[in-house]
Design a protein around this ligand. Structure first.
Ligand SMILES: [Ca+2]
Ligand SMILES: [Ca+2]
Length: 400
């Protein structure tokens, strides 16, 4: 036991391992939290070798650490020492930067996105340097962004009782496990810059079932007088006052090019017969808030086994409470191409931004001068040019 302590003391005295004295004891047994050390004794410095960095370039960091314990700490050492067994540097990489390499080579942990270097012992006054190379992930930086890299200086340390150097005796059972402690840390920010995005140019697009191979329109109508019937593939849909027979319609937008920004969207329903002839109608369009199935939706249910919160898709959670678009007292013109058009720009922008919110719309009929029934061409109509349309204006990068 005595020999072992002495040998350890010799190792410590050779300053291969740092000795710190920090605790003065009034009691021969050791207790209480480990003492805090000035971070200035353990300098850590991190620099990016270039800043800002273009998104298609590499990011280089340099990390320096050292031990700078003032000599008088040793001179005035009271009994008892902190024995630092080994040192580590841990680099916490910013999100969006991929690890490429490090020198000397550290241990990269992909799960934590960190690099760790095991440095062993460091002499007082000595320094170590580490280099890191990272690559920005272009998809993570859509605009110029500042990223922050954090580097930490850790040690495994153990308290050496004072008995070896002639101080107070400690409890014979005292045998502290080494503790891992962070002694200092630092950060460095780097700006990742974007090239100017390519200019956007305007496009128009007319989505209609069957046109240009588009098959993204689902529709049906739901009828309060046939509350359990589904009309998925009838050529006609009906709008009947007052919210007596209503339309469900959805256009898939996932085929739009990446980067598209919708500037206008019009949803058009072509009108066949009306009853009474040419009776005006008020029609309101509501965004639907839950999924429904063309082949199963009825006045009562959105899909098989799942009723609307209120029949007719009229509950909170079925549709928006206020209309998203409205056509007030539409009077059909004497034209074979007469149609009711709704401005759905805001809804379409939302559907494009988050396709999971695209449940389409319901269109409902209300009184203008009196009751009215409208025949509306469906996506299953044989008159293909009268099927419902979603007309879009959008801005997008030029097609390659
Ligand atoms: Ca910087
Ligand atoms: Ca249909």
């Amino acid at each position: 036991m005595q020999r072992k302590s002495q040998r350890r003391w010799q190792i410590l005295a050779s300053a291969v391992i740092i000795l710190l004295t920090l605790v003065s004891f009034t009691s021969p047994t050791l207790a209480g939290p480990p003492p805090a050390f000035p971070t200035s004794w353990f300098p850590i410095h991190k620099a990016d070798l270039a800043d800002p960095v273009p998104v298609d370039d590499l990011v280089h960091y340099s990390i320096d650490v050292g031990i700078q314990i003032p000599p008088d700490v040793f001179d005035d050492a009271p009994p008892g020492f902190w024995d630092s067994l080994s040192w580590q540097v841990e680099d916490i990489l910013p999100a969006g930067l991929e690890y490429v390499s490090s020198s000397p080579e550290g241990i990269y942990d992909a799960g934590q996105h960190t690099i760790r270097w095991e440095l062993g012992g460091i002499l007082n006054g000595a320094t170590r340097n580490m280099q890191v190379t990272l690559r920005p992930d272009p998809s993570a930086f859509l605009v110029t962004t500042e990223v922050t890299n954090r580097a930490q200086f850790w040690t495994w340390r153990r308290f050496i009782p004072s008995s070896a150097s002639g101080g107070p005796q400690v409890d014979a059972s005292f045998n502290p496990e080494p503790q891992r402690r962070m002694m200092n840390e630092t950060t460095e920010t780097t700006t990742i810059t974007m090239d100017e995005p390519p200019a956007l140019i305007p496009y128009t697009l007319l989505l209609r079932q069957g046109k240009d191979n588009y098959v993204g329109n689902e529709d049906t109508y739901i009828d309060s007088n046939n509350a359990a019937r589904n009309f998925a593939h009838t050529p006609w849909m009906y709008l009947k006052t007052v919210d007596n027979t209503s339309i469900l319609s959805r256009f898939d937008l996932t085929g739009l090019p990446a980067g598209a920004e919708i500037t206008a969207a019009k949803l058009r329903f072509y009108v066949g017969a009306t009853a009474p002839i040419n009776a005006p109608i008020t029609a309101k369009l509501f965004g639907l808030l839950r999924s429904w199935n063309e082949d199963a939706a009825t006045w009562m249910q959105a899909q098989a086994g799942s009723n609307w919160t209120m029949p007719g898709a009229n509950g909170a959670g079925d549709r928006t409470g206020l209309p998203d678009a409205e056509v007030d007292c539409y009077a059909p013109p004497l034209s074979p191409a007469r149609m009711i058009e709704f401005d759905v720009t805001t809804l379409a922008q939302q559907w494009l931004a988050d396709p999971s919110t695209n449940f389409g719309v319901t269109v409902k009929a209300y009184l203008c001068h009196g009751t009215a029934l409208y025949y509306i061409y469906s996506a299953d109509s044989r008159t293909t040019e009268r099927r419902p349309e979603l007309y879009l204006e959008y801005m997008a990068p030029p097609a390659p």
